[in-house]
Write a protein that binds this ligand. Structure first.
Ligand code: SF4
Length: 107
């Protein structure tokens, strides 16, 4: 599994820059640069309906990543093989405001 550092602190799943979701999806099937990827699991803290289980689950350092950014050098059959990644998205209010900062194009 991959170590995930996430700066999207406006996301309902973000706990101290770790993710409490258990698994995330990174999108960007045509991406050639990091900004063309995004975290498809981002949910704005202010808009998401927050369940008790979401609030109580803690952030995990390691996480499964289902990644659609197939042009990334770390992508193997939609799994991320990087040892650690950074999801960027300070002040994000939508998924499009986030990206995988570790994306490195094979191209
Ligand atoms: S490093 Fe590459 S394979 Fe891993 S999540 Fe980011 S874009 Fe996807």
């Amino acid at each position: 599994m991959t170590i995930l550092n996430c700066s999207a602190v406006t996301c309902v799943y973000n706990k101290d820059q770790l993710c409490s979701r258990g698994e995330i999806e990174v999108t960007g099937p045509e991406a050639r640069i990091a900004d063309e990827t995004c975290c498809g699991s981002f949910r704005d803290r202010n808009e998401a309906s927050v369940t008790n289980s979401t609030m109580e689950s803690c952030g995990c350092e390691k996480i499964n990543i289902d990644c659609k950014a197939q042009e990334c050098t770390y992508n193997e059959h939609c799994r991320c093989t990087a040892s650690a990644i950074d999801i960027n998205g300070e002040n994000a209010s939508t998924q499009k405001d986030t990206c995988c900062g570790t994306f490195a194009c094979k191209c």
